[in-house]
Design a protein around this ligand. Structure first.
Ligand SMILES: [Zn+2]
Ligand SMILES: [Zn+2]
Length: 337
């Protein structure tokens, strides 16, 4: 069903962002692209499916990865590709969250901080893998920068196969039952130490990071949320798709836009994921939304360990051989261009 209200409607009606100094030029570029997506301004194209002879005529999309409309296409392509890599082992979903004391730093140095987030999360998982399994782990990590109400809430969703490739040959499961990866509290502790250490070492972060922020980072435990493994390979891929190509808010969550006010729905996880509504002025809504437009060229989905690099395919084949899994067929993809 087509959503009643779209972000592009809000951006078209309230255009203060075009001239406001509050926004970086890259943010204006992204917002502009979203206003043009699937409109006559970008022209149209014809899709033809050879299998069912269906013909579709549609307006061209903006292909901006911050655009909510363009994400479904990217998601399906991405999922099809992942099917070639999935292993017949338990997978774990682990979410790494940072202290909100670092929000200013994330807001002003997004590229540096999001890169450090990926780096230190992987360093943590890699260290646990080599210490307790004596092998190489694999991980797919997806960056989300938002909380449900569009606030800044950087966190990394990590999908981790429960085990490691040992001696480049054998698969070693994280435990015999397949229900357990690493203790979440220990992961959180190491991750926090690594991230704070990296920030300390970095000169550009100094303006938004001092001794008192560093101290406050250690006052409270950081949250690493670990979910038990999901079903088989197919479920893993579907599950991944829910996280990989999200934008800060989907059009379907926009409930009303009138008299300069935007109302949207959100889930309040502090009260058992209750569905609530929030109303903001359109100006504030656009400002909040723009915090989540990532720097140009920034990769928000990253692959690590045996899921990364030139010999990824070789490593995956080695693991499959070790666990007795057949190589899945290559997925054909001829519909979405
Ligand atoms: Zn688009
Ligand atoms: Zn998330």
């Amino acid at each position: 069903m087509k959503p009643k209200i779209e972000i592009s409607h809000i951006l078209n009606r309230q255009q203060f962002w075009r001239t406001s100094t509050h926004f970086l030029s890259r943010q204006k570029f992204d917002l502009h692209a979203i206003t043009l997506c699937r409109t006559a301004k970008l022209g149209r194209h014809i899709d033809y499916c050879e299998k069912c002879s269906e013909v579709r005529i549609s307006y061209n999309s903006c292909r901006n990865r911050n655009c909510p409309k363009c994400q479904a296409t990217y998601r399906e392509k991405w999922i099809a590709k992942r099917e070639e890599e999935v292993l017949d082992v338990p997978y774990f979903h682990t979410v790494f969250t940072v202290s909100h004391k670092l929000n200013d730093l994330f807001l002003h140095e997004p590229e540096l901080m999001y890169n450090l987030l990926f780096k230190t999360v992987w360093e943590t998982v890699r260290t646990f893998g080599s210490k307790s399994l004596e092998g190489e782990m694999g991980m797919i990590a997806v960056l989300h920068t938002w909380g449900q109400n569009l606030s800044l809430h950087p966190h990394l969703h990590c999908i981790i196969p429960g085990g490691a490739l040992c001696n480049g040959k054998h698969w070693k499961g994280s435990d015999k039952t397949g229900k357990y990866l690493f203790p979440a509290k220990a992961l959180a502790k190491m991750f926090r130490a690594k991230l704070v250490d990296q920030i300390r070492k970095n000169d550009t972060s100094k303006a938004y990071f001092d001794q008192s922020i560093a101290k406050s980072c250690f006052e409270k435990e950081w949250v690493v949320y670990a979910k038990r493994p999901f079903g088989g390979a197919k479920q893993v891929i579907e599950y991944l798709g829910r996280y990989t190509h999200k934008t800060a808010i989907s059009n379907h969550r926009l409930l009303d836009y009138s008299q300069g006010k935007v109302t949207f729905s959100y889930k309040d996880y502090r009260t058992g994921a209750n569905k609530k509504e929030m109303t903001l002025s359109d100006v504030d809504f656009i400002k909040r939304y723009s915090m989540h437009l990532l720097p140009k060229g920034f990769r928000r989905i990253r692959h690590f360990g045996f899921y990364n690099g030139a010999i990824k395919k070789v490593k995956i084949e080695k693991i499959r051989k070790s666990i007795g899994q057949k190589t899945p067929q290559k997925v054909e993809w001829d519909w979405i261009k």
